[in-house]
Design a protein around this ligand. Structure first.
Ligand code: HAM
Length: 436
């Protein structure tokens, strides 16, 4: 017998699914508030969609196979190449800027570690067709708004922001040869996760001299707007001015308290070209909650028009861990509205008729599927978390009447059944459970 899910895959029992639903609902709410519309794509894609665009790290983690038609296929590890393909195919017909979001399940054969699984759900919000930095600010503000709506403040989460063009200019000015830029980015990406001497050795192996190595090792020190503005950035002056405007706009959109300039944020993916950002728990204990940035060349590389683009992905795994750690997951939703029980002079078909009428009014209703003693039915009603039980056919009750019992305090009252059903509805159930 198979005893569990595959390593890195999750079973969502109802309690866990309720948590996931809470996260998804917040994602959808904020996407809606920011005027994004939802799309989706296929979970399987041609392998080459990723081998060409995603960068080595993701390509090494692909779940791929050859299908019965000899096609090389991959399970999607990220959404961005699909989005680029879809927008490129209809670029002329779409109103721009495109503001789209999606919540795909993604698959990466990762080394198991805290916060990293082999499947996860990821909110993707992307804007296509806008090169101005207002779009970068709008996107980060949306990611921050999600944190706020979930109850996570600037003491819980930091939005670390950088710009690949500024880093490029800084490295050029420090004497790092252009050809080594990709390799240096990979070292910077891991600089706070690996020992200093390992980073230094890797940089030397890329052909960097001692002063260039020192300059790279200093990148994580650049953690304020002022220090970044003061850097010598060969050819990156316009990017620094844009970065300053970006910070100003994020502030205007209400996200300023979360903002943390940090030049060491480079992002692992190959396609980013400008401002990049990642959201982290403020204590720095967990992996990134969210990552994204500008990828102005990807649509063209996907065979589409030359349209600027930017976006982010926010996973459900680290976010869920953080919300649980801060006890910010809501209590499980209330159970049933009504349990329909039946005593001696009523049968299951009476309960079915009443249930059917209550359900038509929008209430959530259950009754004992197998015939049971009334006392056992009422125990089952309590176990199901029902707010009220309506008891049909109790010994001393007239045929057109019923007893309604509140299950929290056992209070009972006699009602005329038809009238009570006609008045029942979700609005009534949303009122305080003590209403009578
Ligand atoms: P990414 O940084 O690879 O970016 O992933 C974004 C977020 O997804 C991460 O910050 C993390 O929360 C979550 N995530 C990624 N891999 C895993 C995993 N194995 N287990 C759990 N959570 C994970 C991208 O995927 C880009 N395509 C995002 C993007 C959209 N850029 C532009 N538009």
């Amino acid at each position: 017998m198979v005893s569990g899910a595959l390593p890195g895959f999750r079973d969502f029992y109802p309690a866990e699914l309720a948590e996931r639903t809470h996260i998804f609902a917040t994602w959808r709410e904020v996407a809606h508030r920011f005027g994004f519309v939802e799309y989706d794509g296929p979970p399987l894609e041609p392998l080459e969609l990723y081998t060409k665009k995603s960068g080595d790290e993701i390509v090494g983690q692909l779940y791929n196979f050859v299908d019965k038609g000899d096609r090389a296929i991959a399970l999607r590890p990220e959404m961005t190449p699909t989005l680029a393909r879809m927008v490129a195919a209809r670029a002329n017909a779409l109103r721009k800027p495109v503001r789209w979001f999606s919540i795909p399940q993604l698959f990466r054969y990762e080394r198991a570690q805290r916060g990293r699984l082999r499947e996860h759900f990821q909110l993707n919000m992307d804007i296509v067709g806008e090169s101005d930095v207002t779009a970068d600010a709008e996107l980060l503000a949306a990611a921050i708004e999600i944190m706020r709506l979930l109850g996570l403040g600037p003491d819980d989460v930091r939005a670390r922001v950088s710009d690949r063009r500024i880093l490029h200019g800084y490295l050029l000015a420090a004497g790092v040869p252009d050809a080594a830029f990709g390799g240096v980015l990979a070292v910077v990406d891991k600089i706070d996760r690996q020992p200093r001497d390992v980073s230094e050795e890797k940089l030397a192996a890329l052909g960097l001299g001692a002063s260039a190595v020192r300059a790279v090792m200093d990148v994580p020190e650049q953690t304020s707007l002022a220090s970044i503005q003061a850097l010598n950035v060969q050819g990156g002056e316009a990017a620094v001015a844009e970065f300053s405007r970006f910070a100003e706009y994020v502030e205007a959109l209400g996200g300023g308290e979360y903002l943390q300039p940090d030049l060491s944020i480079v992002r692992g993916l190959a396609y980013y070209t400008g401002i990049v950002f990642e959201l982290f728990d403020a204590k720095g204990e967990l992996r990134a909650i969210c990552g994204g940035g500008r990828y102005d060349n990807l649509l063209k590389q996907s065979g589409g028009p030359d349209l600027p683009a930017l976006g982010f992905g926010m996973g459900d795994v680290v976010l869920g861990e953080l919300l649980r750690a801060r006890t910010l997951m809501p209590a499980p939703a209330a159970g049933l509205d009504v349990w329909v029980a039946f005593g001696e002079s009523a049968g299951v078909s009476d309960a079915m008729r009443v249930s059917s009428r209550l359900r038509a009014r929008g209430l959530s209703v259950e009754y004992a599927l197998g015939g049971q003693q009334l006392s056992r039915q009422l125990k089952a009603a309590a176990a199901a978390g029902a707010r009220e039980a309506v008891i049909l056919g109790a010994p001393d009750v007239a045929p057109d009447e019923a007893t309604v019992r509140r299950l929290d305090d056992g209070h009972e009252r006699r009602v005329r059944l038809d009238e009570w059903i006609d008045e029942a509805g979700p609005a009534a159930s949303a009122r305080s459970p003590t209403h009578s």
